[in-house]
Design a protein around this ligand. Structure first.
Ligand code: ATP
Length: 237
């Protein structure tokens, strides 16, 4: 094991019936880094996140803190510090902001998470202002903040962020990515799936480009951002 890797994905295969959505994906997520996964629609990015989380069954291996996650159920993965912010955010629309956040701590003892709730409100003052509002009535950016805040209530070491900027205006995207960078500064390791390749590489340490379920390119984020192949396909020429 390489001790500074928080997550190692080894030859991961994930299928939906006959369709193989991931065909032998391997990637490294060093502790303390932001690692971007870039790819077109249908490349397998969400499948990768759901496989790491244990929502989808897969073959190959996933090592977290040097130990295999094979056979480890979703709730144990959460308890061990892995949190997913899903692409569609999956908030409870008819529950309040505060209740959505509290649910994010379901795996933890109450006395431990009270302070974390305060911490989430400090980070997202907008959520404090709107703590009694129903989640379904928040704006898109606020909902994304709530989804991230809810994931933080699980005290993650590894945060899996699936397209946090989906459907958001450019200024809000910038805010969200700034928050991701702050989380890194506080010691959270991030695996970030983004369509917005340029913006995500700008805050990442390394990146992987997925194409039809395989890693097509990988490397330090700065190099990828200048890779002509990537520039043509994903970085707007
Ligand atoms: P997007 O950017 O559009 O979210 P993605 O890179 O996240 O795309 P996935 O959602 O992981 O891609 O999908 C990978 C492949 O698996 C696609 O071909 C998709 O059609 C297929 N797929 C995803 N979910 C299912 C499912 N529930 N049943 C069958 N096929 C699926």
């Amino acid at each position: 094991m390489t001790s500074d890797l928080l997550l190692e994905v080894r030859d991961l295969h994930t299928r939906y019936g006959r369709v193989e959505a991931l065909s032998g994906v391997s990637l490294d997520v060093p502790a303390g880094h932001i690692v971007s996964v870039i790819g077109a629609n249908g490349a397998g990015k969400t499948t990768l996140m759901n496989s790491v989380m244990g929502i989808l069954p897969s073959t190959g291996d996933l090592l977290y803190e040097g130990q295999s996650l094979r056979g480890i159920p979703l709730e144990t993965r959460v308890a061990r510090g892995i949190s997913l912010v899903p692409e569609r955010r999956d908030l409870f629309a008819s529950m309040s902001v505060a209740d959505n956040l509290t649910l994010g701590a379901y795996s933890r003892r109450q006395q431990k998470w009270r302070g974390d709730l305060d911490h989430v409100y400090e980070r997202f003052p907008r959520l404090l202002e709107r703590r009694k509002q129903l989640a379904g009535t928040l704006s898109g950016g606020e909902q994304q903040m709530l989804a991230i805040g809810r994931a933080l209530m699980g005290k993650p070491r590894l945060l899996l962020l699936d397209e946090p900027s989906l459907g958001l205006a450019p200024l809000i995207v910038r805010d969200i990515l700034r928050i991701v960078k702050q989380l890194q500064a506080e010691g959270v390791t991030v695996l970030l799936v983004e369509q917005n390749a340029r913006a995500s590489l700008a805050i990442s340490d390394s990146g992987y480009v997925l194409e039809t379920g395989e890693v097509k390119l990988s490397g330090p984020a700065r190099e990828l951002a200048q890779n002509p192949e990537l520039t043509a396909s994903y970085l707007g020429g």
